[in-house]
Design a protein around this ligand. Structure first.
Ligand SMILES: [Fe+2]
Length: 374
């Protein structure tokens, strides 16, 4: 290439970059230093007072269409009750629904009693109060159901991933809570507690994370995606069943979308059809996830839900040096379908540096697509 052609090419590239620069969307600049976890006696981890008081209360969507809610919580002194009492804002008549409890062991850790109870047949667009626990240690929370699914329904999703439990995690959660746009549901793109950073994956840090996040997730659903920090595969201490703490603690409505696994599923909420994919489950041809996604994409009704959103943990496009191209093999498998079915937006976590892009295909828009904003 001659000098003139070279300059022309450079000029074209710079021009494309200028045209496609998304600009700075937030004045916030993350500090570079390594995050430090909050000590266990921090106020955000406080155990609610009272014998066998429910703790780590969290909710998520409990069906395909947003008329059900899964309520989960932990009791530690004794099993207690898996009952949820709930009533709508406009009624003082309490309804009662029973759930189930599970426990698990992880090396030398034994979990508390983890309750999961699904409330069904809720009305859309309605505030509900709910109670868990018994007697003096009853705790009360509330949530608001989404509007009926439809193309013209405005709705505000928050987006959080890779949260952990550092001092910065607390800032992140407060940042979300204080946002004047008032997110109504969190799309959580994986990596919850980072308990696996501790010796023997100290599952006490799963409990502390549950108490830390309760202040948001007890009041609005967080839509869960599994990340690498949920794998908890530790054969060196005899823990060979992947995702054991995550699957016991965080239930999702995967059967409602004909999925056979909690790691991939879909929900519809307001004007969005949301597909959750699993970066750390098999996704090659003939695998259960592949077969499910192949059937799922043609089901999306863009007249009903014009927004098609996909959540995954490991991004397909990333210009950062960390985790570079870890999502590449999944991209190769599924990107043609995403193009064919016109996925509007893909949200991913994993890389702790914010990037966003215009639509991309087989890296062909790489130069134009990836821009550091923060
Ligand atoms: Fe990750």
């Amino acid at each position: 290439m001659g000098v003139v052609e070279g300059l022309l090419a450079l000029g074209l590239i710079l021009n494309v970059c200028v045209v496609c620069n998304g600009g700075t969307s937030s004045p916030f600049v993350r500090k570079v230093e390594k995050a430090v976890d909050m000590p266990l006696d921090s106020d955000v981890f406080a155990i609610p007072p009272g014998y066998n008081a429910p703790q780590q209360v969290h909710i998520t969507q409990g069906d395909l269409v947003g008329k059900a809610v899964i309520v989960s919580w932990v009791t530690v002194d004794e099993p207690g009750s898996s009952e949820v009492r709930y009533w709508s804002e406009n009624s003082d008549q309490k309804k009662i629904v029973e759930g189930k409890l599970v426990t698990y062991r992880f090396f030398n850790y034994t979990s508390g009693f983890i309750h999961h109870t699904t409330i069904r047949n809720l009305e859309y667009n309605t505030k509900y109060y709910y109670e868990v626990g018994l007697g003096n240690t009853t705790r009360q929370f509330w949530f608001v159901t989404p509007p009926e699914i439809g193309p013209d329904v405005p709705y505000t999703f928050g987006l959080i991933g890779d949260l952990g439990q550092s001092f910065d995690s607390n800032k992140t959660l407060s940042h979300y809570e204080l946002n004047p746009r008032k997110g109504q549901t969190v799309l959580f793109v994986g990596d919850l507690s980072y308990a696996d950073n501790y010796p023997n994956h100290d599952n006490i840090r799963w409990d502390s994370w549950g108490r830390f996040t309760e202040r948001s997730v007890a009041y609005q659903p967080w839509i869960w995606t599994a990340g690498n920090h949920e794998i908890d595969f530790a054969p060196e201490i005899g823990e060979t069943v992947p995702f054991k703490p995550y699957t016991h603690r965080y239930h999702v409505p995967y059967k409602a979308s004909q999925s056979t696994s909690p790691f991939w599923y879909s929900i519809k909420r307001a004007s969005a059809h949301i597909i959750v994919l699993a970066s750390y489950s098999a996704y090659g041809k003939y695998t259960p996830q592949y077969k499910w996604l192949e059937k799922e994409l043609p089901k999306v009704n863009r007249t009903e839900t014009p927004w098609l959103i996909v959540l995954m943990h490991s991004p397909w496009y990333n210009s950062y040096n960390y985790h570079y191209m870890e999502g590449e093999t999944m991209r190769v498998m599924y990107e043609p379908w995403f193009v064919q079915y016109k996925v509007d937006v893909v949200f991913a976590g994993h890389v702790h540096a914010y990037e966003r892009s215009v639509s991309a295909k087989t890296w062909s828009l790489k130069l134009l697509a990836l821009q550091f904003l923060i």
